[in-house]
Design a protein around this ligand. Sequence first.
Ligand SMILES: [Cu+2]
Length: 261
Amino acid sequence: MRLLFSLMLLAVPILGVWTFLKADEWHTWFPQNVSSFGGEIDGLFNLILYMVAFTFVVTEVCLAWFVFKYSAKRSDKGAFTHGSHKLEMIWTAIPAVALLFIAFSQMETWAKIKFQKNFPKDGAYSVEHPIAEVWASQFDWRFRYPGDDGVLGTVDDLETSFEFVVPVDTDVVFKLRSRDVIHSFFVPEFRLKQDALPGHTIPVWFRATKTGVYDLVCAELCGWGHYKMAGSVRVVSAEEFKTRMAALKAEWFSNGKEEGQ
Ligand SMILES: [Cu+2]
């Protein structure tokens, strides 16, 4: 019986590791990465995953072994302990070192993605000249493009909702704002998540490496209609971006009339 229980405990790490090994095949792993910095984020995720997996497997195997070993009937009296300072120091120090290691490992990537001084400056878009202002509100996404003058907040601004169109292979900088409560701009394929805070204008950047339509979801529970904040980011070629902006401009200033009317 004790062997059976130990084997059942041993099955936990085996099944656990197996589900991770099979994740790609079962499509339960991450979606494809289509951003320039996504690989680094995945690398950090994997680093933490391997550290946790190693600890998990070692502790589970120990647990199974101890259940087997110490559940045997014994006639001698159990030993009594008041604890061990040395042991406590060790099991405090090891996680502390592991956490510090993780903290230092992610610093460079974090700085590269989030620090404003490292934002793209040389391309078409920058913090001063963002591609758009992205507004989150209960319960929609709105994208305001600056129009021909390249300046936001002027009369030629263009606006769309739910679909954010951006050019491929371009450093895209946008400003994220909220009209009401906290929302979060999350595009899993870009490995990009940024909270939108009311009263704050937060610059965000990414570089999409593949054309396509990717889910944009709100990752902050923001009210009863949170589930409805499902938009998309459409990554298109530079030419198509121009065409779409021109079409949007025509539509925006058409006064509701069809062409030729
Ligand atoms: Cu939400």
